[in-house]
Design a protein around this ligand. Structure first.
Ligand SMILES: Cc1ncc(C[n+]2csc(CCOP(=O)(O)OP(=O)(O)O)c2C)c(N)n1
Length: 1038
């Protein structure tokens, strides 16, 4: 009010029309956008009310008066004129008659009588109360909306009605309603009287319930609010802190009569429901004892998805990437993606032989990719359903990553052409943390897909668990509130309400490019799967479900009663679809072979031959010319833009890099630079993502330079390497391993011509992304015939830093390799090394030199196929003076060394060598230092296994044969039950046909990866080195 008084005082010499411009400019922009110029015909109160909560209301009146003095009630007009003319406090007001009118037409007739003095305080308070009431419905109306089709459970798990809402919905009987009204009115919440129900109140600009009207009787206001917020749609949005977005939603749901459908739309909806329902019935008839996780109880999902897709296609989207769990998946494949029905049906034939390599997956996990015409919009649309594991919600970030990649590759920087839809179960959406982690990616510049439409199949049960035991939040969707996504709860037995919210959701996404949630509150007609008995645990719910008429039947009855269709037309629609299913079923019997390849969610056109084979089984040299190495090195050690001030410490780092380049050497960071920079030249997009990757956790990388004088001014020298080069994306991620690794895996799915790397801050943090590793990366190709070239950079090494941050758990990755420890492959096979790579499920390496790191990164792209690559990367070696490579090791003709053989004195006289030590990674430098100290270079050879898996049987056999008198030992710094020992030992034994023992020099078994005590760490290290160089150490065992 102080503000108003001040304004009024300042403006006193001016007339209202003179001041309007100034003031309308000062009003919030959003209010200008949506604020219709309303007629504020409510009378002004006496000045004493100009205090406390009424000030907003009065201010609104004042602004409206400034814009147009006729738009407010005459009493306000007089009041503001008087105030502006300098009337002393308490005299500016002249009161009209109160409005106490029974109908809208009466509003028009009413003429305020300025001379009569009413109880003006009450009038203003009543208006404010009505505003509060409107706001209460907007905020809490969804709590009383009729969302559960069964009418048993409240969707928000709370049967009470919020204290500030007057609800007459059938949740409350009339007597209860009257009592509520009495409590809220007579001396109650709002101080309104029951007689106020027929008084006319002005509507604030924050509601659209008036339609063309700017004032309504309270009774009508409540009725319209109930229509908007308390029927079959519960709109949750008032937590959104953006006025424009709130207004947009209010307009979509409050405008009277806005939810209208043409007869054509209703018939399409019915036809889609027919397909959805009859598809499940057909499967049930044919394969009654097969699990299919049917959609019964939420058949409306199919028309819902189709509506979202139609609307999005209308708005320009031509590629929709979807992720979903088991429930209704076959139906989505059949009726949304339009997978050929015979292909689906033949999945039920367990006798069909699989045509593709790989172990395959159950039918309700398979993915799909299909390009077709959207019949509603007549535009091309590509639909892709990403294959998923059983782990609920795990596919969410994968879908997002793939979507981001597709947007990136088609230059869709705003998400106008490519979008994703994620489906969820209610229990999983509330319970799985990955949902939250994925939401947190939704608005980050390098991760945003510019809005995802989430659809929750909220059947109010999770397997056998009641939601009241499964979540602590009112709704399963509350997680979405963290990103200000609006949430539309809807009763799934009201197909038109569902269609409407889906339309609005798609429009929201194309308007604001932000996430939105559609919560389909439904039920599950059968058990968790078709074999399951739900009455064991949910007897009352299922008694009700048995009585529940299927939604198709209900909706058909409505449309027949409305005359939109007649009974024969409806029945014909059913028999037409049944016939389609029967014919497809007949055709499916002709299928002799099951092609898992037909279920590929991300084809890579042109990368393989037409029958899906690699174009060759060789890999060219991964070396580069000196010129290229020098050029990249020079850029890496400079600032390629003008007037850019970098940190002094960084100048020193770049200077050191420059010296390395002059000396024709690389350290780790430079080797990585060389690999990336050269691939960019070759048109390969590179994306490096993870926590703090831009600088590098160990401050060695510095791929993004920051101007020390200009805020947010950065430079990525890697993007200044070559004209026409591919772009380099390097992005610090959110602090989520599960979400970000899943995202990058999805990104890598989209194209084989990109090197996508995820770096863990420390290798051990990968375990919070274990599901992505176990479910997707390790078995992805075997399950879904889908190759993926993602690279995991996992800092690893025992540096005395304690049990955390020491081990990237190589044993886990190695244990999941698919090569047989007991079978020696045919070593004479042509291209043995490449064939081995082709057959493996992933590649595991631990490089001991920067040069080899460079080669393995480049090989990842130069190979004619894609495999995940796990690299254990160093920490102390980043700055180790010996961990350098010469340009000579990176020139044309050079390549990745799977094994780096001993090349010192021991290799000159191999027959004299007493012990051949095998190792991998950083311990090599400890071993050679110790060997030197003990002067044992003639007696002990040290050979490094750089590619642990697939195991280099061929090269290791050569090494062993070279040192006929040598004992063999495996040396590692990790504890015996960890690291590489259990993987390497049986394979080495197989290599030598078990002719010799393979001894162990390393730490004892332990529960933790490392000691927390630095001294113990060093003692353990010395002990393992002692064992490695004590030539009598194993005598006692032999
Ligand atoms: C991460 C994970 N934990 C447990 C399961 C086992 N499981 C499969 S379905 C299911 C219930 C899921 O309920 P909801 O998300 O509501 O989906 P609905 O099956 O009801 O459609 C459970 C617990 C799983 N698949 N994934």
């Amino acid at each position: 009010m102080f503000h108003l008084r001040t304004c009024a005082a300042k403006l006193r010499p001016l007339t209202a029309s003179q001041t309007v411009k100034t003031f309308s400019q000062n009003r919030p922009a959003a209010a200008r956008t949506f604020g219709q110029i309303r007629c504020y015909t409510a009378p002004v109160a006496a000045e004493p009310f100009l205090s406390g909560t009424s000030s907003n209301y009065v201010e609104e009146m004042y602004y409206a008066w400034l814009e147009n003095p006729k738009s407010v009630h005459k009493s306000w007009d007089i009041f503001f004129r008087n105030t502006n003319a300098g009337a002393p406090p308490g005299t500016a007001y002249q009161s009209p008659l109160p409005l106490s009118l029974g109908s809208l037409s009466a509003v028009a007739r009413a003429q305020p009588l300025v001379e009569v003095q009413p109880n003006v305080d009450k009038l203003v308070e009543d208006h404010l109360a009505v505003q509060s009431l409107i706001r209460a419905y907007q905020i809490r109306g969804h709590h009383v909306a009729q969302l559960d089709p069964l009418g048993i459970l409240d969707a928000d798990l709370d049967s009470s009605v919020p204290a500030d809402i007057i609800s007459s919905t059938d949740k409350l009987d009339l007597a209860v309603f009257k009592e509520r009204l009495r409590m809220l009115t007579v001396g109650g919440f709002y101080g309104l009287d029951e007689s106020d129900l027929d008084k006319v109140f002005h509507l604030p600009t924050t509601t659209f319930i008036g339609g063309q009207e700017s004032a309504l009787p309270l009774r009508e206001i409540i009725r319209r609010l109930e229509m908007a917020y308390c029927q079959h749609i519960g709109v949750e949005f008032m937590f959104i802190n953006d006025l424009e977005q709130c207004q947009w939603i209010r307009q979509k749901f409050e405008t009277p009569g806005i939810m209208q459908f043409t007869n054509e739309e209703k018939r399409t909806l019915l036809a889609r429901l027919v397909r959805s329902t009859r598809f499940e019935e057909f499967l049930q008839r044919k394969w009654s004892s097969e699990k299919r996780f049917g959609l019964e109880g939420c058949e409306v999902l199919i028309p819902a998805l189709k509506t979202i897709i139609d609307k999005s296609s209308e708005n320009g989207v031509d590629y929709v990437i979807m992720g979903m769990p088991h429930r209704g998946r076959l139906n989505v494949l059949a009726n949304v993606i339009r997978k050929e029905l015979e292909q689906i049906f033949c999945q039920f034939d367990s006798k069909l032989e699989a045509a593709d390599e790989g172990s395959g997956d159950v039918k309700y996990h398979l993915g799909m990719y299909h390009r077709r015409i959207n019949r509603v919009t007549d535009r091309n649309i590509t639909l892709s359903l990403v294959a998923n594991p059983s782990h609920l919600e795990a596919a969410d970030p994968v879908v997002m990553g793939k979507t981001k990649a597709e947007q990136f590759y088609c230059g869709d920087t705003e998400g106008k052409k490519v979008m994703s839809i994620l489906l969820h179960g209610d229990a999983a959406f509330a319970g799985q943390g990955i949902v939250y982690e994925t939401f947190h990616l939704s608005d980050l510049p390098s991760y945003t897909t510019h809005g995802t439409v989430h659809v929750v199949v909220n059947n109010q049960i999770g397997f056998t668990t009641d939601p009241r035991m499964a979540r602590s939040s009112p709704y399963p969707t509350d997680v979405a509130r963290v990103v200000n996504a609006p949430i539309f709860h809807v009763n799934a037995d009201d197909p038109e309400a569902v269609m409407y919210v889906c339309k609005v959701a798609a429009e929201w996404r194309s308007t604001f490019h932000k996430d939105v949630v559609v919560d389909l509150v439904c039920y599950r007609r059968n058990g968790h799967n078709e074999m399951d008995e739900p009455m064991f645990t949910q007897p009352l719910m299922y008694k009700q479900i048995r009585k529940q008429k299927p939604v198709l039947q209900k909706y058909a009855e409505v449309l027949v009663s409305q005359g939109v269709v007649n009974q024969p037309e409806y029945e014909e629609e059913i028999s037409k679809y049944d016939k389609i299913c029967e014919e497809a079923f007949t055709r499916s019997k002709d299928e002799k072979i099951l092609h898992i390849k037909h279920w590929l969610d991300s084809p890579w056109p042109g990368f393989f031959t037409l029958d899906g084979q690699p174009r060759s089984m060789t890999c060219p040299s991964t070396g580069l010319t000196e010129d290229i190495l020098t050029h990249i090195g020079n850029v890496a050690s400079s600032v390629p833009v003008e007037n850019f001030t970098i940190h002094g410490g960084l100048s020193r780092i770049l200077k050191t890099r420059g010296e390395l380049v002059k000396n024709r050497t690389v350290d780790w960071a430079l080797a990585e630079y060389m690999a990336f920079g050269s691939l960019l030249k070759e048109g390969i997009h590179i994306r490096l993502s993870g926590q703090d990757v831009e600088r590098g956790t160990f401050s060695h990388r510095h791929h993004v330079l920051h101007d020390q004088n200009v805020d947010k001014r950065t430079c990525i020298p890697m993007n200044h390497l070559w004209p026409g080069q591919a772009p380099y994306t390097v992005c610090n991620s959110s602090l989520s391993e599960y979400g970000v690794l899943g995202f990058e895996l999805g990104f890598a799915m989209a194209s084989p011509n990109a090197l996508v790397l995820w770096e863990a801050q420390f290798g051990d943090f990968h375990n919070t992304a274990q599901c992505i590793i176990d479910q997707f990366i390790c078995p992805g190709q075997a399950k879904w015939v889908r190759q993926n070239g993602i690279v995991l950079l996992l800092p690893h090494g025992m540096e005395g830093m304690g049990p955390e941050h020491s081990s990237a758990r190589p044993e886990r990755f190695l244990q999941m390799c698919n090569d047989d420890p007991d079978v020696l492959p045919d070593l004479k096979e042509a291209n043995f090394d490449i064939n081995q790579l082709y057959d493996c499920n992933w590649v595991v390496v631990n490089c001991s030199t920067p040069g080899n790191f460079f080669h393995v990164l480049r090989r990842q792209i130069l190979l004619p196929f894609r495999k995940p690559l796990i690299i254990f990367t160093p920490k102390s070696l980043l700055r180790h003076p010996e961990a350098r490579s010469s340009f000579d090791e990176m020139l044309p003709g050079t390549h990745f060394q799977r094994v780096i053989p001993e090349d010192g004195p021991a290799a000159q006289n191999p027959e004299n060598v007493k012990r051949l030590l095998f190792c991998t990674g950083k311990v090599y430098y400890d071993l050679t230092r110790e060997r030197k100290a003990r002067d044992m270079a003639e007696q002990v050879a040290v050979t490094r296994i750089e590619q642990l898996s697939p195991f280099p049987f061929d090269l290791l056999l050569q090494e062993v044969q070279k040192y006929p008198s040598a004992e063999l030992a495996w040396c590692q710094e990790e504890h015996k039950n960890q690291g590489y020992y259990d993987y390497v030992k049986p394979r080495l034994r197989t290599t030598i046909n078990r002719a010799k023992p393979v001894w162990y020099a390393g730490r004892d078994p332990a529960a933790a990866p490392a000691t927390g005590n630095k001294k113990t760490h060093l003692t353990e290290l010395q002990r393992l080195l002692d064992t490695a160089f004590d030539l009598d150490a194993f005598k006692k065992f032999s």
